[in-house]
Design a protein around this ligand. Structure first.
Ligand SMILES: Cc1ncc(COP(=O)(O)O)c(C=O)c1O
Length: 383
């Protein structure tokens, strides 16, 4: 067993950057109180929140007032989809999304279906790309929203948002992207890509958990879900999570382009090294247009669950493509959507890197994979 933990599950969540933690602690040291209070301690908190808002707006080329803070990606996705659905019901009841969305989009649209909305779930190709021509054909006069994940959380596919955004703007349909995995890891410009709504969160970029944001383009017809004190221009009531928001701002501020290049280099190195060392390994998702920190591999004759468990025993933390529900394996909906048969989809393992990942760690992981795969295939299947 490795004495030192090797964490390659950064797509699930990432560790808080010490720099970010410092920014959050400063909130407490400076006694920042309820940002809606008009006294000095409230004003201090409000200023810190506005600073974070400006940093996030600059990173996405938005206006600060278009950034609405929420409790995270799940809330932002629900808010985006239901907020558009209810505000635009007079125009139409049709929403288009894809089959490879995060559950917070799939479940929100499933719920809307029960309430009279019509949902189209677009198929994807074998690398996970949405076909923009197919998407354009799916738009009809009742269509009010297209919602597509930017960088896929399981297989890393970066969707063609420029093409989709152009089509949606031309056809007068709102366009929402879920950018939880891609934010600060690839280009995101709300104007260049004709985006109307963008979901963001902090904990995938070494920020705190329980805080996120929704970009809502000015002029978009939109209804809030949470009614109350009228914070966030009435779009999202509730007392501000000042420390969380400040941490989110700091995490975005220190995100560095150099880290993207480094992660992409390590990603490619790892894929090559595993494929050179172990036979019968296939990359799920594309080679190009892929998130810089995402690797998803399937190993012939070795289940993803088994490999994940064995690695965990050795202090190496990754994620399996399938979920285990009591004794039954539920293959990932994303791997099924790219055309894998359930037995192949069960082989998927996701390794997600961070700016803290080192080549030494990756070499150790490969050594461990070789041992486990050899052991697993040893009896019945040498490959
Ligand atoms: C693509 C994507 N969307 C949404 C979410 C949900 O974000 P949160 O954990 O902040 O609610 C996640 C996190 O797993 C994600 O990966």
């Amino acid at each position: 067993m490795n004495n030192k933990k090797i964490y390659l599950d950064n797509a699930a969540t990432s560790k808080l950057d010490p720099e970010t933690r410092k920014g959050m602690l400063l909130c407490q040291d400076l006694e920042m109180m309820n940002a809606s209070s008009p006294h000095k301690l409230g004003v201090k908190a409000a200023k810190a929140i506005e600073k974070a808002r400006t940093i996030i707006a600059q990173k996405t080329n938005a206006y600060p007032k278009e950034i609405i803070f929420t409790s995270g990606g799940t809330e932002s996705n629900n808010l985006a989809i239901k907020g558009i659905a209810f505000a635009n019901i007079k125009k139409g009841n049709h929403i288009i999304t894809s089959k490879i969305e995060h559950p917070s989009v799939l479940e929100a649209t499933k719920w809307l279906k029960k309430h009279g909305f019509e949902i189209t779930y677009l198929p994807v190709d074998k690398e996970g790309f949405v076909d923009s021509i197919y998407l354009e054909r799916a738009i009809k006069k009742e269509t009010i929203l297209v919602s597509v994940i930017h960088g896929n959380n399981e297989i890393g596919t970066i969707e063609p948002i420029y093409e989709i955004g152009s089509i949606c703007r031309k056809r007068g349909v709102y366009f929402h992207i879920d950018a939880c995995q891609s934010f600060t890891k690839t280009d995101l410009d709300v104007k260049k890509y004709n985006l109307d709504l963008v979901t963001l969160n902090a904990h995938k970029i070494h920020g705190p958990k329980g805080v996120g944001a929704l970009y809502i383009r000015e002029g978009v017809r939109f209804d809030p879900l949470l009614h109350g004190g009228g914070q966030e221009r009435g779009f999202r009531s509730g007392t501000y999570n000042t420390e969380g928001i400040v941490g989110f701002g700091r995490a975005v501020e220190i995100a560095d382009e150099g880290d993207i290049k480094q992660m992409a280099k390590l990603r490619d190195y790892f894929i090559q090294k595993v494929q050179d060392s172990v036979m019968g390994v296939t990359l799920n998702g594309p080679r190009d247009n892929r998130l810089c920190n995402n690797i998803n591999l399937r190993f012939n004759s070795v289940s993803g669950q088994k490999l994940t468990r064995e690695l965990s025993e050795r202090n190496i933390f990754v994620s399996a493509g399938s979920a285990c529900l009591s004794t039954k394996l539920i293959p990932s909906h994303v791997l099924l959507a790219i055309g894998l048969k359930p037995e192949l989809a069960e082989g998927g393992v996701r390794f997600s890197l961070s700016k803290f990942t080192t080549i030494k760690e990756l070499n150790l992981v490969v050594e461990n994979i070789i041992e486990i795969v050899q052991k697993e295939r040893g009896v019945s299947c040498p490959e």
